[in-house]
Design a protein around this ligand. Structure first.
Ligand code: HEC
Length: 102
């Protein structure tokens, strides 16, 4: 797990420098979520992916619900409070998820 996280952070950091000075939803996803959700999947709970069908089944298929979920996630997931992930960043990640994993 630790190795995955380090790789994800390194990857996000290099994307950051290459692309823009601001962290995009994609950058944040790669840094904070991808270790457990590679390709929008879920390495711990395979039925709870970030893909449209699962999100819809769990009423998480909109930005507001996703941000709320990050603040108060299910068992096994890291909790991201407003300090770990400010609203602006949480929204950017949510939008990235909704448009990327179909
Ligand atoms: C340490 C591993 C881990 C990390 C890091 C992590 N998650 Fe999760 N995530 C999980 C697990 C485990 C679940 C399933 C929880 C449950 O059983 O309800 C989950 C579930 C979810 C779900 C619900 C999916 C569904 O279909 O119901 C969303 C949305 C989600 N994560 C988003 C994120 C986002 C966004 C991030 C990064 C900001 C993130 N996760 C980081 C482990 C993780």
């Amino acid at each position: 797990m630790k190795r995955f996280t380090t790789a994800a952070v390194t990857l996000a950091a290099s994307t950051l420098f290459a692309a823009t000075a601001f962290a995009s939803g994609e950058d944040i996803f790669k840094a904070k979520c991808m270790a457990c959700h590679p390709d929008g999947g879920n390495i711990m709970k395979k039925e709870k992916t970030l893909k449209g069908k699962d999100l819809a089944a769990n009423k998480l298929n909109n930005t507001k619900a996703l941000v709320k979920y990050m603040r108060n996630p299910g068992p096994g997931m890291t909790r991201f409070d407003a300090k770990a992930l400010p609203d602006k960043d949480a929204k950017a990640v949510a939008e990235y998820i909704l448009k990327t994993f179909k």
